[in-house]
Design a protein around this ligand. Sequence first.
Ligand code: GLV
Ligand code: MN
Ligand code: MN
Length: 407
Amino acid sequence: MSFAELWAELLPIGRDEQTGGYRRYSWTEPDAGCRVWFARTATDLGLRTDCDGNGNLWAWWGGPGSAAAPAVVTGSHLDSVPAGGAYDGPLGVVSAFAAISRLRGEGFRPARPIGVAAFTEEEGARFGVACLGSRLLAGAIDPAVARDLHDQDGVTLADAMSAAGRDPAMIGADEELLAGIAAYVELHIEQGSILDGLGAAVGVADGIWPHGRWRLDFSGRPDHAGTTRLPDRRDPMLPFAAAALAARDAAAENEALATFGKVIAEPGAANAISSAVHAWLDARAPEENILARLVHQIECVAADAAAQHGVGLAMQRESFTPPVTFDGALRDRMVDVLAAAGQQAPVLATGAGHDAGVLAARVPTGMLFVRNPTGVSHSPAEHAAEGDCEAGVAALAAVLADLAGRP
Ligand code: GLV
Ligand code: MN
Ligand code: MN
């Protein structure tokens, strides 16, 4: 099965015809469609499929891996941000199947099992915690806390999983599954344009910036927009606005990144002062102490502005990923394998989060990036050229053959 064929089958699922973007939230109908696609593709390739207790999907060539015969695993995620691009996540899963199909066609016989994983809720778009499926697998989040996470409509993860026929009592760390993984290699579209600047189709990751999400709840007093005198107002929108501006200033000052990408004003009337504003801060920095300073600066401005306007403020961290340095030996080995195959792959760090970043704490992990000519991601405009996707498949196949070819 070629990359193009596999890609074309997945492309319509969860696509919004108006924006051209994707909305593939976990445990929804588009997610179910992606799961059916995964199972069908794996079965067509003669792979054995499985779904772990956390809802992550697995397909095994000669597996599953075990502590005695651990597997080389590749894959990514199929869920998306709202109005997300086609490539963030699915490129890694489709490339995994295409690479296996290619190796099969070449008559390759793996000396150890090869697995394909599709991790659930990587974006945290529905339940707020990024990389939820891999965090649960790796024991990086308390299952009881995860079960109670809820979406915008108040539906908990436990309820959503139950409705999809999964038992939420089964979520949590899976030591047996982890012990059966010798290495995890995730292929992903680059979410920046460094490779394009270097003229390279494929790169190798060496790390991920520390990053996290914070929720800020500003509570004010709802009132009439046309009659309430300015001094009498307790308008939660004003400290939120101060926080948004502070995020930009603090990010520039610290050479970091800070974004308010999601805001909910309640009750949401154009002619009323809001009763509350809920806002989510996404902050990322090259080092953990810089990240802490960045968030602290934004929090101070938000707190001062809230006090000035008689508004309450509660701030809480919803998720956090410490700095990730991928396995150095695996990184160098991938660079060498690609060089031997005629691909000069630059090594680069990224500010984007990945399941690979979570798994790196538990198993030797690496990443391959595929060129993104505009660098745009988390947007319908995200794109990679088909030739570069093919180069990514070739690179992944070479890496899998190297890692799984020796006993
Ligand atoms: C995932 O794409 C993230 O970096 O938020
Ligand atoms: Mn993403
Ligand atoms: Mn991703």
